[in-house]
Design a protein around this ligand. Sequence first.
Ligand code: LMR
Length: 396
Amino acid sequence: MLERLDMAPPDPILGLTAAFKADPNPGKINLGVGVYQDDQGRTPVLDAVRQAEERILATETSKNYLPIDGQPEYGRAVQELLLGEDHPVVSSGRAVTLQTPGGTGGLRVAGDFIRQHCPGATLWLSEPTWANHPKVFESAGVPVKTYPYYDAGSRDLASEAMLAAVRQIPAGDVLLVHGCCHNPTGVDPSPETWEELAGTIRERGILPLVDFAYQGLGDGLRTDARGLEALCDRQEEILVASSFSKNFGLYNERVGALTLVAANADTAERALSHLKITVRTNYSNPPAHGGAIVTQVLTDTTLRRAWEDEVEAMRNRIQGMRTLFVETLQAKGVKRDFSFIQKQRGMFSFSGLTPDQVQRLRDEYSIYMVGSGRINVAGMTTGNMDRLCQAVAAVL
Ligand code: LMR
């Protein structure tokens, strides 16, 4: 029965990590998968995380199942991080949160929920978007279309084209927006454009689904939530898939969340009952460890402060690498203007390198990046910058 299967293509992002690991070149550089590295090229366990784990190990008494939607303390902590403690959506009980296996798990639960409870809805993705987005929703049976987002000429947001397209989206469809640090471009809407977009979504009767995987890595934990807040000011209903892979460095613990906001607490509870069926029939209930770490850190004043400092340090290092990359390219005599990279936010930049140039960087210099030209700025270090810019200058 299985004989007829061809080899499936490798994943465009995670497949790069496998190729990078197999490369024997000691000078290889991985700018592919969106994973933070420090200036020594390590992906560290955060101090706040390590301390939380010590406390958990010392006090844990059981490995019993979690509730289908995870621990209530976790859900509360997630909501307060997304929106702030005093936000009316949180205090009114209009939001319910499920702990999910990473942000991707949250997106898939959202996809199943949309398929079952928003019949006929199409999901709209930015063009471009994270390579896994269309596949997650298509696997859930949700039809997918795209709206314009990025203007390759100005290397900026195509705000007018985006808003014009959103004005044409039928009521009842779902619009996926990146909460901050747009993946793959690093280009986010301005505060004014967020307001306009949120107003248009409201007018059209569209359901927004916010993919919020990089909170804290753009401009700051609260500032990065400005788009979500603009939506909350107007919308009765919102879905938010969030992740602690990046801002807690908990990549392999698979800890994220799906938060649903409804018009009132009663509707939110009813929606939650259906989301729980989706979870139960997918993976039954979430793994405990990552959620326990996040709850411990977010609810303890000392650990929370330590974690916020570590997020700030990651954010500042990435921003520093953006500046150094642009300056080093200039120093190597590259004439093309790369200053747009300094304006972008989060781990990613759309470099403008062509697929051929990306392939040459890989084949000739063991420098790995996604075929679209997306680079993970968090993979740059003061140690690899010279070699990287030398190679980019050569292929340009
Ligand atoms: C990325 O875009 O590189 C990250 O979100 C990791 C992943 O799962 O693709």
